[in-house]
Design a protein around this ligand. Structure first.
Ligand SMILES: Cc1cc2nc3c(=O)[nH]c(=O)nc-3n(C[C@H](O)[C@H](O)[C@H](O)COP(=O)(O)O)c2cc1C
Length: 411
């Protein structure tokens, strides 16, 4: 993997706004990640944020002064300095390539939505010409409150970019939605979204996608509703991020970008053969296909005619377990599997994670609203050695990017 300073943040101007949330302490690490990646970082804070984290620490980490007050005491400054200071919120807004507000409190989100500029950070939001990214972080009830949700939706419609909070332990001790994503996730998002990260450059990734079809006779098959969208999004995202992508797909109607190496298969057996040809060379393997667990034992070579039978039975046998094979034969590659569970999701996914020797499992429940087959959104939970992280509803392309960033976080 390339070092952070090689991946395109050099001389990028990142303005970080900190508001008064408990997760402000995480921003020290976020600042470090940007600075390490070669970016030029400045920090602005609300007066409340200062209660949570020291401006001195942020100033040392960012190597720049931290601004809090809209009205500095300008008696101490020279004439030239006074003139620059008089409009400095505008200068900060114009300086930045991206303005990231993390954590963004319910209070500041509401003020931005209402157009209020009663502190330096808020003035800068309205003076900024660059994209503004909000990272809401708060107690679950504050986050779910219909007014907070209304404000966030309204800001999204007004071109603010929102990185959703995740599910986890909150400062209150409760477990729920509202936790700030880890600084690495925010950093990866900003890097990928605005500076088209090439953090998979030189990496080989194999992605499987789509359903398999298990023939019953010459014209009929057993299959599932998988559309292949999730796997294709992962392949596309990895390709954009510089990876050498091999895509093995069951029957789907999707098209891949020029440059992705695609192999079409129909049955689980065919997919297994193709995976065995390619798996040894990979750095990452993501098994996003919905492989049929079973196939008919006997397949009629001709169409089964209805006039010859009143009813008939099909006996099923197990298909090869491709994911288990990869886990048992794991060499240098990181292995990612998917778990589709409707009951005891976390327990079953954790079992699968262990049995299949995975590095990451992406769990989803097709019964969740916005999750599952044939749609453009998904609701997933990541499970790895360290624990689990539930993500809110998001587009499959965003999930794909989050999966890739998560893979990069795993050592
Ligand atoms: C200990 C403590 C933790 C807090 N954590 C959060 C938080 O995580 N998210 C939030 O929206 N508000 C939180 N608040 C409330 C904000 O600090 C409060 O609304 C404040 O006015 C926000 O000001 P600002 O948006 O100007 O920074 C917390 C307050 C306290 C005392």
């Amino acid at each position: 993997m390339k070092s952070l300073s090689d991946i395109g943040m050099k001389d990028k101007k990142i303005l970080i706004g900190i508001t008064g949330g408990i997760s402000s302490y995480k921003i020290c690490n976020l600042v470090r990640l940007f600075v390490k990646a070669g970016a030029d970082v400045k920090v602005v804070m609300t007066p409340s944020a200062v209660k949570f984290v020291s401006p001195l620490t942020l100033s040392v980490l960012s190597k720049n002064d931290v601004v809090i007050n809209t009205f500095p005491d300008i008696h101490d400054y020279s004439k030239a300095e006074k003139s620059a200071l008089s409009t400095w919120h505008v200068n900060y807004g114009l300086w930045a390539d991206v303005f990231v507000i993390a954590p963004a409190t319910a209070n500041s989100i509401a003020k931005i939505e209402a157009g209020i500029c009663d502190n330096f950070l808020l003035c800068t939001v309205f003076a900024a010409r660059c994209p503004v990214v909000l990272v809401p972080s708060m107690d679950e009830d504050m986050f779910n409150h219909r007014i907070t949700q209304r404000n966030i939706e309204s800001l999204k419609k007004n071109d603010f970019i929102v990185i959703n909070p995740v599910y986890g332990e909150l400062a209150s001790g409760l477990i729920g939605m509202g936790k700030m994503p880890e600084p690495e996730t925010v950093f990866s998002f900003v890097k990928n979204h605005f500076f088209t990260a090439r953090d998979f450059l030189g990496k080989k990734i194999l992605v499987t996608a789509g359903p398999t079809r298990e023939p019953v006779d010459a014209v009929r098959f057993i299959s599932n509703y998988s559309s292949g969208k999730m796997g294709f999004e992962i392949a596309e995202a990895a390709f954009k991020r510089g990876a050498d992508v091999t895509l093995i797909t069951g029957p789907v109607t999707l098209k891949e970008s020029e440059g992705i190496k695609r192999y079409d298969v129909k049955t689980a057996d065919e997919m297994f053969i193709e995976v065995k040809k390619h798996f040894r060379k990979q750095d990452v393997i993501v098994m996003a296909s919905a492989v049929s667990d079973f196939k008919p034992l006997d397949k009629s070579d001709k169409k089964i005619k209805k006039d010859k039978k009143e009813n008939f039975k099909v006996e099923f046998v197990k298909n090869p377990d491709i994911l288990k094979f990869l886990g048992d034969n794991k060499k240098k590659f990181k292995l990612v599997g998917f778990a589709l569970e409707t009951d005891d999701e976390l327990i079953n996914a954790r079992k699968k994670f262990k049995i299949k020797n995975l590095d990451l499992i992406v769990l989803n429940n097709p019964l969740d609203e916005g999750a599952g087959f044939e749609i453009d959104t998904n609701v997933v939970t990541f499970l790895d050695m360290k624990g689990y992280e539930k993500l809110p509803l998001m587009s499959k392309s965003e999930v794909a990017d989050r999966i890739l960033s998560k893979i990069n976080e795993i050592n």
